[in-house]
Design a protein around this ligand. Structure first.
Ligand SMILES: *Cc1c(COP(=O)(O)O)cnc(C)c1O
Length: 355
């Protein structure tokens, strides 16, 4: 089945693109003209279609609202140097979506539906892909239970929707993070590895508390002992200690970030030693005291790397040195940018190119 050519498109008669300030996009402020919608019913995904973006008619009894069957992805499309459109790492995002869906007892989405759906929506709203350096079209596939019923059950009806949003370059100023020692985001055996909506709902309160205390985000620690580092907010966390790239090993309580995987792969190519293992708070505290920690940053699709300025451990602020032009973060970000733009060879087939 080749869906790409066959997905019907109902075009809007009132494009909103003239209202977009492409010089000041920010993140998530605009939603493009169209959306892809596919229904799951009678045990199968039905033919997807592209329609003008707008409200859907849904029952307040739909099961996702009550029992939380909702998962999503976050990815990016952009123009390459030669004018082709690139959707980055489609395959890996697809695999992760299906892992999240399986954990929530939701029906898998075929690679064909996912890929063809992304290609079709990106082509339809190609005019919304920003052209400035570092800008991109953020893609938000989301799947949720749409069946209306109050009884606690696994839903029989779902919607798969892809929204897109033009986003600007994410110049994240170095952030202040607090190691969270009271609340947890995810426990081993829970849903932390799934990109499900509920993980975010539960993270808001502790994050809000941290904001009131003057921090930007929290660093989550393990649910059992609050001793080991999991990740930070909606990003995986990485450190440069003794010139090695050190990051928590994946577990059921950590989201398997595509950016994390990309940066680890590139670091190895750059000859940097990479350690994926348990990292205790004590180790980080000692590394600050002995000045062996030189960089710390978040890794995620939105910002790629987000430098960390301060880590608060047991009430003490530890400062990272300023991000250096010849440091790891900027070097790896440049390497990634070169692959995505076509300036460097795409050895790992990460680029999904549409012409
Ligand atoms: C999406 C997400 C990340 C980052 O994953 P990427 O695939 O790199 O964007 C990290 N942690 C959490 C909790 C997330 O939801």
């Amino acid at each position: 089945m080749t869906l790409t050519t066959s997905i019907p498109v109902k075009k809007t008669t009132q494009s909103r693109i003239s209202t977009v300030d492409f010089k000041n996009l920010g993140f998530g402020n605009y939603i493009s003209d169209h959306m892809l919608v596919a229904k799951y019913d009678n045990g199968a995904w039905q033919e997807p279609q592209i329609i003008p973006y707008g409200d859907l008619m849904l029952s307040p009894a739909m099961l996702s609202l009550h029992y939380g069957q909702a998962v999503f992805e976050g990815m990016k499309a952009f123009y390459m140097n030669d004018g082709a459109i690139n959707i980055f790492r489609v395959e890996r995002h697809h695999k992760r979506l299906n892992k999240s869906l399986a954990r929530m007892c939701m029906p898998a989405i075929s690679e064909d539906l996912f890929t063809a759906g992304l290609e079709a929506i990106v082509k339809t709203d190609a005019a919304w892909i920003p052209k400035d350096d570092g800008s991109s079209l953020y893609l938000r596939p989301v799947v949720f239970a749409s069946e209306a019923k109050l009884g606690v059950k696994v839903a029989d009806q779902y919607l798969f929707v892809i929204l897109t949003s033009p986003v600007g370059p994410y110049f994240s100023k170095p952030v202040r993070l607090k190691v969270e020692l009271e609340y947890v985001r995810a426990a081993e055996g829970g849903t932390g590895f799934a990109k499900c909506a509920g993980n975010y709902g539960g993270a808001f309160y502790p994050t809000q508390q941290a904001r009131e205390q003057g921090f930007d985000q929290v660093i989550w620690t393990d649910a059992k002992e609050h001793k080991y580092i999991d990740e930070s907010g909606a990003m995986n966390i990485m450190f440069v200690i003794d010139n090695k790239l050190v990051t928590p090993a994946l577990s059921s309580s950590i989201l398997d970030g595509v950016t994390r995987n990309t940066l680890i792969t590139l670091a190895k190519d750059m000859g940097v030693t990479v350690e994926e293992r348990k990292i205790s708070i004590d180790e980080i505290e000692k590394a600050f005291q002995q000045k062996t920690i030189t960089e710390a940053f978040g890794a995620g699709t939105a910002a790629v790397v987000s430098p960390i300025a301060t880590i608060n451990i047991h009430g003490i602020d530890y400062q990272l040195p300023e991000v250096k032009a010849d440091g790891f973060q900027l070097a790896v970000k440049k390497k990634l940018q070169d692959i995505r733009s076509g300036a460097a060879p795409d050895t790992y087939n990460w680029n999904h190119i549409i012409r």
